[in-house]
Design a protein around this ligand. Structure first.
Ligand SMILES: Cc1ncc(COP(=O)(O)O)c(C=O)c1O
Length: 397
């Protein structure tokens, strides 16, 4: 067996199951899950229609690079959304969801033979970054998000030696679980560090289309272009239809950026065998070409968050995030695991303890004392959960 497999950590949901295995949830309430961040709004008809209307391509192998029509739909979408010009032939690749691409990118760019090979992850973070780094033969370095600065990653917490060992930095903006969007000044700092130390930046932007402010979230490519880096050197952005278009089951996204990295990534993917199903390619092009369903989807989340957030703010330290579909709430007595266990026992509501989404780094676990609430169910169910959380906080057992 690959010995690196033994370095992987159990997934947060696995740990939550173990931490709540002894609990018998109250039978007085039907179960409500706010733990898993899986979109539950309906898939738009136009995507289903495009998928079933494209079944005639199954008799041939698809190209790993994807069909030109899909690559140009992705490039045009990025152009409309971020005002950047991408060459679909050299700077865009379709991927089977951003998760596999986040993983595969580390396998492509990491040189494990260089001493100290390191990957920087935000903290708290999406656990795939860590698994990707470990299986690529690198070690992880964590940069805690700072609640005093809208959960900005504290780039200054790593020293010169750490940065010089760094080969890849994951950015998650909008963040899971914080919902924070990284502003231009922090991009400027990260680009300076990348120029000095030569590392690749992978910007995970799969929540970019669900936002609550007037301005859409700043993207990495947009930030680079605004700072005069129109070649996107050492930068790739990963995005996805899963949340934007409510198709997590379709497995579709794309990666765009530095043409030299994309060339190596295509080579890696060819051997890995990660070409996208042709019917999914056509349905994906239809999804990227349509913005109306995205506006509707965003409106649904906005209406839901506008009702649920103030209710929860009566009992928890929680504010409307910049973007995403999570609330990242501080619990009253600061013990996130005890809070989640008690809530499940008394009110049959599952939430994810924040400490399971983070690692101890720089003397703290930056997820401790917080819970992540995924507001993915319909509004009534989220409101019901919020009311139960209010009751629980007002009279914990
Ligand atoms: C931060 C983050 N990145 C990436 C993904 C993967 O999404 P997908 O593979 O569906 O594009 C998720 C899924 O929950 C996520 O939370």
């Amino acid at each position: 067996m690959n010995p690196l497999l033994a370095r992987l950590h159990p997934y947060p949901f696995e740990r939550l199951r173990a931490l709540t295995a002894d609990i018998v949830p109250s039978r007085a309430f039907k179960p409500i899950g706010l733990g898993i961040g899986e979109p539950r709004h309906a898939t738009p008809e136009l995507i289903k229609t495009a998928l079933v209307g494209s079944l005639d391509g199954l008799a041939s192998y698809p190209a790993t690079a994807g069909e030109p029509a899909l690559r140009s739909a992705c490039a045009l979408w990025a152009g409309r959304r971020y005002g950047v010009e991408l060459d679909p032939a050299t700077q865009v690749l379709p991927v089977n969801g951003s998760r596999e691409a986040l993983f595969a990118l580390a396998q492509t760019v990491i040189d494990p033979t260089r001493p100290g090979a390191s990957v920087v992850c935000p903290n708290p973070f999406y656990q795939i970054y860590e698994g990707a780094a470990l299986l690529a033969g690198a070690r992880t370095l964590f940069v805690n998000s700072d609640p005093q600065r809208n959960f900005a990653p504290d780039w200054e917490s790593l020293d010169e030696a750490d940065w010089s060992n760094t080969q890849l930095v994951y950015v998650c903006s909008p963040g899971n679980p914080t919902g924070a969007v990284m502003p231009l000044e922090q991009w400027r700092r990260l680009f300076e560090l990348s120029d000095r130390h030569g590392f690749v930046i992978a910007s995970d932007e799969c929540y970019s289309e669900i936002y609550f402010r007037d301005e859409p979230p700043l993207g990495a490519l947009d930030a680079a272009a605004r700072l005069g880096r129109s070649d996107f050197r050492n930068l790739v952005m990963l995005t996805s239809l899963s949340k934007r278009s409510n198709v997590p089951g379709m497995r579709s996204g794309f990666v765009a950026g530095d043409a030299a990295i994309m060339k190596a990534f295509l080579l890696y993917r060819t051997y890995h065998g990660s070409a996208m199903n042709p019917a999914v390619q056509r349905a994906s092009a239809a999804a990227w070409n349509d913005e109306e369903h995205v506006v509707e989807n965003r409106a649904k989340y906005r209406a839901k968050f506008a009702r649920v957030t103030p209710l929860l703010a009566e009992v928890l330290d929680v504010v409307l995030p910049d973007a995403g579909f999570y609330l990242w709430a501080h619990v009253p007595d600061g013990d996130d695991v005890a809070f989640a266990r008690g809530l499940l026992a008394q009110y049959n509501v599952t939430v994810l303890p924040g400490s399971l989404l983070a690692r101890d780094a720089h003397g703290v676990n930056p997820g401790a004392g917080r819970i992540r609430l995924a507001l993915v169910a319909e509004t009534d169910e989220c409101l019901e959960a919020a009311n139960r959380i209010v009751s629980y906080c007002r009279s914990p057992a």
